[in-house]
Design a protein around this ligand. Structure first.
Ligand code: G3P
Ligand code: CA
Length: 350
């Protein structure tokens, strides 16, 4: 165990007891560097538009251990790789199909066939400001240049499996089932469709290089107890954890133990691991990682970004942020838009 140069404060969630102690006296033995992984969040999305096949190929070449897919369904029940259930933040759908807008001003993937979605140009994410498109991350790939498309989930699996074949590597996939309740209300069982496609491509048991993730605990439990048995598969499942308010029971003392009945890991927002209240001289590490490890769960927080304003002020720089999370808080892996930087960081500390 590395000794800690800072006065580290371990914070308990929900304002229970605040304890001050040295990390070495409280945390279990760290996982070995060789077990720590890098997950390319939406691909190498810091460099190329998120969830495009070029962004995935770049992440692969940068040495990511796993590449993430967010998965949603089209009108004709095809699985596509798209972060939002709507198309308007990352494509030109509003220009191409203006009449397909819903009353809420959005363009839903579920209202479009795959053939229609294939006609769209994908780009860096943007917001509409005064009717003008404004790129969300200004220093990233220019929004109005080049041409990209929205891939199907099958196309992306074939890309990664093809690269595994041609390079001899074994890079994993990390699909997220997006908004399962929304899909169910529209009469679509996205989880069964995803699991069946995974089975088709050979992902059938926990030793396969895949983590299947969702923010919905109800869906995770259903996948574990119904969808997997029906398909005759058993894959690693990850429970994503967002705000404290929505996941309160999981963050209580026995939450991780209960979760371990159905999950193999958690994907918490990174502020649940190292508090955003932390300062340079007072790093507050929660008990979440140690509780998860005691329950046998992996911990893969999100999202580690280099862009201006994205490195929390308690860290000196991006590498310091990674050091605090990987080696002081002892996370097992991280979702990052900049997989090259995290791969380099982990190599350097070997
Ligand atoms: O799935 C991990 C991370 O990607 C969760 O955040 O919103 O980018 O899907 P989001
Ligand atoms: Ca995701």
């Amino acid at each position: 165990m590395r000794s800690c140069p800072l006065n580290l404060r371990i914070f308990q969630l929900f304002g229970v007891l605040l304890m001050t102690a040295t990390v070495s006296s409280l945390l279990p033995a760290q996982s070995a560097r060789s077990e720590k992984i890098v997950i390319a969040h939406r691909g190498a999305s810091g460099y190329l538009p998120e969830h495009t096949l070029p962004a995935k190929a770049m992440a692969y070449a940068m040495g990511a251990d796993y590449i993430e897919q967010d998965v949603v369904m089209t009108k004709d029940d095809q699985l596509i790789v798209l972060h939002d259930i709507t198309l308007d933040r990352t494509t030109d759908v509003a220009d191409r199909y203006p009449q397909r807008i819903r009353d809420d001003g959005r363009f839903y993937a579920i209202d479009f066939t795959l053939e229609e979605i294939r006609t769209l140009n994908a780009s860096e994410g943007f917001n509409l400001v005064g009717g003008e498109k404004q790129q969300r991350y200004e220093q990233r790939f220019p929004m109005a240049t080049s041409s990209f498309s929205v891939p199907t989930f099958a196309e992306e699996i074939e890309l990664i499996q093809g690269l595994n074949r041609s390079t001899g590597k074994d890079v994993g996939i990390y699909p997220e089932i997006k908004s399962p309740e929304f899909h169910r209300e529209a009469g679509k069982d996205i989880s069964t469709a995803v699991v069946n496609l995974l089975k088709h491509y050979g992902y059938t048991n926990k030793s396969d290089k895949i983590y299947l993730q969702t923010f919905s605990y109800e869906e995770l439990e259903m996948i574990s107890t119904q969808v997997f048995p029906a398909a005759g598969v058993e894959l690693n499942l990850v429970q994503l954890i967002g705000s404290e308010d929505s996941y309160r029971w999981m963050l209580q003392e026995n939450g991780m133990t209960k979760l371990a009945n159905h999950a193999d890991g958690i994907g918490p927002e990174k502020g649940l691991v190292v508090s955003r209240r932390s300062t340079k001289g007072n790093i507050e590490i929660s008990e979440l990682v140690s509780r998860a490890h005691e329950a046998g769960l992996k911990v893969h927080p999100y999202t580690y970004r280099l862009d201006a304003g994205q490195v929390p002020q308690y860290a000196n720089d991006f590498d310091d942020l990674l050091r605090l999370h990987y080696f002081e808080a002892d996370i097992d892996g991280a979702f990052t838009d900049f997989p090259d930087r995290v791969v380099e960081f982990l190599k350097a500390v070997k």
